[in-house]
Design a protein around this ligand. Structure first.
Ligand SMILES: Cc1ncc(COP(=O)(O)O)c(C=O)c1O
Length: 373
């Protein structure tokens, strides 16, 4: 048990009350009033035309790609600096993930590299808004239009993130979300797909419910999936959604505390860049030398402070490295980044304590003679 875990959800609203309603009414499966209430609330919050609940953020991406008809022969461009699920979901369809590098300034996919990776087989771009900072959406939308590509946004880490005043997930053809326990709003396990397109919404709800035909009971006209969310999860999700603005404001406050406390230290803070609202899913830093990353994490661990390494670039993992190419920015970020405790219940005094350990580490590295004095 860590004194300061990287994450722990805050379940202090109507979660218990709504879950009890599910239990008392016996609506515990994927039918029940909270499903529609959560979907309606979510789409209004985002400003999207449709939202459909699913069982997690990985199948949300798979479902989006299925609805877009992505399959074998297709290539989908995806940043290598992402959680492995973004890439696996492409592989599930039989399509080939084509990796692109990241921008040093924002850590998001590099639009110039996206252009370089387009081939006659490219069908879609999967933009991932990593750690809560948005991708350069104006550029990505332009590229998708110019090359007639679908644009899917993986917003698993970016609920509440704004780009030019608009919620991420509403720029592309489909936006996908995760509500795992460490996400900005959670349902335990869960996800959502959003779209402004009636046909795509229809196709996604069709695939997620076993491909059930609309015109005959127990008749299925495609090979579908069971990607449904339970009413219990939706009940938790609705209660979390009611507190979304509080969580986002608190996470931005926490990020500001860290930024302030780490000023003057050699770490590089994951900044908010451009006309955006970074939702700071995970407050993240880079250490100046990759060789400092693991020793610093181990010092923090010794003080009861849990951290995570930034994602390792997926193109370097064994199952995706057969046509290895260098992605220097993503590789450099992946080996020198750390996610710090970022949960909404974290207090300012705790952030100060965590930052004091980080600063002391760098002081001891800069001047080993003072260590232990
Ligand atoms: C960028 C990204 N995409 C997809 C996922 C998958 O979401 P889930 O864990 O709900 O399947 C995650 C989750 O953690 C993620 O960080």
């Amino acid at each position: 048990m860590f004194k300061y875990p990287v994450y722990q959800p805050l379940l202090a609203g109507n979660e218990k009350k709504y879950v009890n309603e599910c239990l008392e009414s016996t609506w515990i499966s994927s039918k029940g009033k909270f499903i529609a209430e959560f979907e309606d609330g979510f789409k209004s919050y985002l400003g999207a035309r449709h939202a459909a609940t699913v069982s997690n953020g990985t199948v949300a991406i798979h479902l989006a790609l299925l609805a877009l008809g992505i399959g074998p022969q297709a290539e989908v461009i995806v940043p290598t600096l992402t959680y492995v699920a973004s890439v696996n979901a492409i592989a599930y369809t039989g399509a080939t993930p084509v990796f692109c590098d990241s921008l040093k300034s924002t850590w998001q996919m590099d639009p110039d590299d996206v252009r370089r990776k387009i081939t006659p087989r490219t069908r879609a771009i999967l933009a991932v808004h990593l750690y809560g900072q948005p991708c350069e959406m104006a550029e990505l939308v332009k590229i998708a239009r110019e090359h007639n590509l679908f644009l899917v946004e993986d917003c698993a880490e970016a609920f509440g993130t704004l780009y030019k005043g608009r919620h991420v997930g509403t720029f592309g053809d489909i936006g996908t979300f995760s509500f795992f326990g460490n996400k900005t709003i959670t349902t335990g396990e869960g996800g959502m797909v959003v779209t402004n397109d009636d046909t795509l919404h229809d196709r996604m709800t069709h695939f997620k419910g076993q491909g059930l035909a609309k015109y005959r009971e127990y008749w299925h006209d495609v090979i579908g999936y069971n990607y449904r969310m339970t009413n219990i999860c939706a009940a938790i999700g609705l209660a979390q959604l009611e507190q979304a603005n509080i969580f986002i404001a608190k996470k931005r406050q926490i990020a500001e505390w860290y930024r302030h406390e780490l000023k003057g230290s050699p770490v590089i803070f994951h900044a908010e860049v451009g006309d955006v609202r970074h939702s700071y899913w995970m407050v993240s830093i880079l250490v100046p030398e990759a060789s400092d990353r693991d020793p610093l994490r181990s010092v923090l661990r010794g003080q009861g402070i849990e951290t995570r390494p930034l994602f390792y670039p997926v193109h370097s993992m064994p199952m995706y490295s057969s046509s290895y190419q260098r992605h220097p920015v993503a590789e450099s970020l992946g080996w020198s980044g750390i996610n710090l405790p970022s949960y909404p219940g974290l207090e300012e005094e705790s952030v100060k304590e965590i930052c004091a350990v980080i600063k002391a580490y760098f002081n001891s590295v800069a001047d080993p003679a003072t260590e232990g004095k």
